[in-house]
Ligand binder design. Structure first.
Ligand SMILES: CC(C)(COP(=O)(O)OP(=O)(O)OC[C@H]1O[C@@H](n2cnc3c(N)ncnc32)[C@H](O)[C@@H]1OP(=O)(O)O)[C@@H](O)C(=O)NCCC(=O)NCCS
Length: 149
């Protein structure tokens, strides 16, 4: 899918929060059910935590948001693509932007049970370097990935 990668504009945050929820629910429905975050909590977290601490980039096709990247230095904090746009190169385009911004090293956490994301990163030169547990209240088995060309 042809898309552009652009810096986040804050008016996009509401639509992005809905996309984020759809993408999370598609990848790990059991976890979303257990956590029970509300749409208002999603928006608040994106606006008051992620957007404050990270550089955020969105993928879009015309006016339609397709996905986003939140990068804090060399750490990918968030990489989410709308389920309707997955498998069309949007995640790779966002990851390419992260590689441009941090060419020597990238790192991220993902859940052990997120097999789709793990396969995506492993096919793109990320290596699992540690296994642990995400902070409460999630407390899910997780894995740390590093990419060092
Ligand atoms: C993981 C994720 C970011 C990848 O983004 P994407 O836009 O689907 O990635 P791409 O289209 O660039 O590549 C997807 C790969 O899956 C394949 N694929 C094909 N059809 C697909 C489909 N319908 N859905 C997903 N992947 C598909 C692609 O061919 C490609 O294979 P490759 O790795 O061998 O190249 C995205 O699937 C996503 O948002 N997942 C849910 C949220 C998530 O888990 N985020 C990561 C948290 S750490």
């Amino acid at each position: 899918m042809p898309c552009t990668i652009e810096p986040l504009k804050h008016p996009d945050l509401e639509a992005l929060a809905l996309l984020w929820r759809r993408s999370r629910e598609g990848a790990q429905p059991w976890l979303e059910l257990r956590m029970g975050y509300t749409p208002a909590e999603d928006l608040s977290f994106l606006r008051n935590v992620v957007a404050q601490e990270c550089d955020m980039w969105v993928a879009r096709e015309g006016p339609t948001l397709l996905g986003f990247l939140a990068l804090a230095g060399e750490k990918i904090e968030q990489l989410y693509v709308d389920p309707l746009a997955q498998g069309t190169g949007v995640g790779t385009a966002l990851l390419d932007r992260a590689r441009q911004l941090s060419p020597t090293r990238l790192t991220l956490f993902t859940h052990l049970g997120n097999s789709g994301a793990r396969a995506f990163y492993e096919r793109r030169d990320f290596h699992a370097v540690a296994f642990g547990t995400s902070p409460p209240p999630e407390s899910e088995p997780d894995v740390t990935y590093v990419r060092e060309p």
